[in-house]
Design a protein around this ligand. Sequence first.
Ligand code: FAD
Length: 512
Amino acid sequence: SSSSSNSMIWFRKGLRIHDNPALELAQKGSKHLFPVFVLDPYYIDPDSLVSSPGSSRAGINRIQFLLESLVDLDCGLRRLESRLLVIKGEPVQVIAMLLKDWNIGKLFFEFDTEPYAQTRDNKVKDIASASGIEVFSPVSHTLFDPAEVIRKNGGKAPLTYKSFVAIAGKPSAPLRSMYSKLPPIGDIPGYEILGVPSIHDLGYKHVKQEFSPFRGGETEALKRLRENLVNKKWVAEFEKPKGNPSEFIKPATTVLSPYLKFGCLSSRYFFQCVDDAYKTVKKHTQPPVSLAGQLLWRDFFYTVAFGTPNFDRMHGNKICKQIPWRDDEKLFVAWRDAQTGYPWIDAIMIQLKKWGWMHHLARHSVACFLTRGDLFIHWEKGRDVFERLLIDSDWAINNGNWLWLSCSSFFYQYHRIYSPISFGKKYDPSGNFIRHFLPVLKDMPKEYIYEPWTAPLSIQRQANCIIGRDYPKPVVPHDLASKECKRQIGAAYALNLSGETPDAEEKLKSLR
Ligand code: FAD
């Protein structure tokens, strides 16, 4: 079939028209072009039994965000006189079948570095090659090609941000596509292709929850990008650590992460727009704290994740400190379900559930609290909760940041712990963020809102919130718990076990 002039572009991430090298290549020299998206039951499974709406690997907000992104992609393709063909099923099987049935000669898709995607894509490549189908998979999810950066660094991923930035250099410019029309879709006999399904069509019948305030899609992404970048002064002065994590009416950062996750927005285009904004001002902040620097963080984690076997685990991960995290289901569930008794922590976990997005420092607070700050629970358990509920859930970035926050890799100053009481108070002394996400505390006077268990009973009564009945008491006392965490991490560090130490697991047991 290699002589066939039918081509397929398989969308997975990269849900955009702009700066899309796979699409650019696919529209050239094809008689027919079939744009396909496969709804994968690995992520979308309405029958999975989970504690909150969605599937075991994706919460309802992210599924909704994906569907909105697909609707918008379909519109974008229709403007180019094509459309999106959405099909449900196991992707390898579905693509293998379509390649054959539609007599495809060339297959195009964006390169994906995640292990799940790599396994899937390698299978598809093998199947395609065996039938003489040519496969093209350009890198366009990140600013740089992680494999290329690793090659330039002598075969190893650079393990510090500084060395990464030095090696990576400057990203290439985004594509400027000139075509106004895509090749038509060929005949699809025997296939009933429906439009993009709604969440209800997918089988999520009883969704009562309000969706995240952030709507998916390329159009929304580009609009958000413009709105953020129109304020040149803000762009020039952007300093990540100075952002206020409690701002929720207008978040302190761009909230472009979910759009980057699905590729509704090209990171190269984002980077270039920031760079253009810099050219209009006298001076601007620099990496790692600048806005351009944030995009480099993203690429840094992508590169390390790509070059590190078992990056998403403690065992067998050579860049991960081995720490004897404890198993405590009750404490874990209290954290997950926003029942720790620390309003700052619980409000952030509600924001995660309702919005699927929180500010970076809010993520710091709850990740530190779960792991090395208070509960001493394994970062992998927190990672799983984030992976499922975040709308920007991203394998490389999520794992990288959990390794960081738990002092397992990249960052080792385990004495520096975020207080679940004073950290949030610094930004939001009246507790507006807490009142918004935890309405049970909405009438608690501001003197007590970060530590409601210290409020006299009469005050609790007036506020209609009795601690221990309407809202929990703290699950652990922060002062003691954090001391004990520090002691344990100190002891684990002294053993200096990495995921590559022979019998690291055995040696760890001596600490338990
Ligand atoms: P902005 O500050 O506007 O930054 C612009 C872009 O830069 C972001 O959209 C993102 O793509 C990138 N970026 C910013 N901060 C980081 C960072 N620390 N590491 C890597 N890239 C960064 N981000 C995700 O996109 N997906 C995740 O699954 C994820 N999990 C996280 C888990 C933990 C425990 C922590 C502490 C952070 C996590 N982050 C994750 C990183 C960061 O919190 C978010 O990228 C950021 O808050 C997104 O908001 P924004 O788009 O407004 O960021």
